[in-house]
Design a binder for this molecule. Structure first.
Ligand SMILES: C[S@@+](CC[C@H](N)C(=O)[O-])C[C@H]1O[C@@H](n2cnc3c(N)ncnc32)[C@H](O)[C@@H]1O
Length: 208
């Protein structure tokens, strides 16, 4: 099967929410993300790219009442419609705006304290990932976070729409990037251990 990203995600967006099954890996991912943000990043404005039906949008808005502006972007109009409904009750302060666009053609004039992409960049073609990361760094005042599948060695069988990118190396080649911190999303425990095979990548950008 050949993967044509925009076509694939426009189609998938029509059924994504109804097919989504919440599980303990998502629960762990969300818990570690909230803990990580709380401990390490101070922010009041957020740009989220690839927001889907608003799973992480809702979690950030509910856990960080100090947020004064939140822009959530997705290329799928169906996903944005889902997100509007899903997040509605969590945006009590009216800080949330939605944009239908792919990251590649998105133009933003403002910079945000936090630019976040949860489970999106793994779906970007290897030929486009550098361009996308450059844009995300350019939109941020200080912090970029992406959550993605990461293993040191790519398994032989990967779905055509999933890629492991060398995030740390690519970010380090972008001017202004000071530090990249990778936090694997795992829970240790002999019987209750969970390995999501995902990591949080936190990029710190030089203050202007
Ligand atoms: C796996 S879903 C993740 C959704 C959400 N971030 C979450 O974690 O629940 C990937 C989302 O990224 C969006 N997406 C994929 N490529 C994109 C791109 N180039 N620009 C904007 N959105 C994109 C898809 O439409 C989809 O909603």
């Amino acid at each position: 099967m050949s993967y044509i990203p925009k076509e694939y995600w426009l189609e998938r967006g029509k059924v994504y929410k109804q097919e989504f099954r919440y599980n303990k890996k998502f629960m762990l991912q969300e818990q570690i993300l909230v803990e990580y943000l709380r401990k390490n990043i101070s922010f009041s404005t957020v740009l989220e790219v690839g927001c889907g039906f608003g799973r992480i949008t809702k979690i950030i808005l509910s856990n960080f009442p100090e947020v004064t502006e939140y822009v959530a972007v997705d290329l799928s109009p169906d996903q944005i419609e889902n997100a509007r409904n899903y997040v509605m009750g969590s945006d009590k302060r009216g800080v949330l705006k939605f944009i239908v666009s792919d990251i590649q053609s998105l133009e933003m004039n403002l910079k945000y304290d936090l630019v976040i992409a949860p489970e999106v960049l793994l779906h970007i073609l290897p030929s486009e990932i550098k361009e996308v990361l450059v844009k995300m760094v350019g939109w941020s005042r200080r912090n970029v976070v992406n959550i993605d599948w990461y293993e040191d060695v790519t398994p032989r069988k990967a779905a055509p729409h999933n890629f492991i990118h060398k995030y740390e190396k690519i970010y380090h080649d972008i001017p202004g990037v000071v530090e990249v911190i990778r936090t694997p999303i795992v829970k240790k425990g002999l019987l209750s251990g969970i390995d999501t095979k995902q990591s949080i990548f936190h990029v710190v950008i030089k203050n202007e």
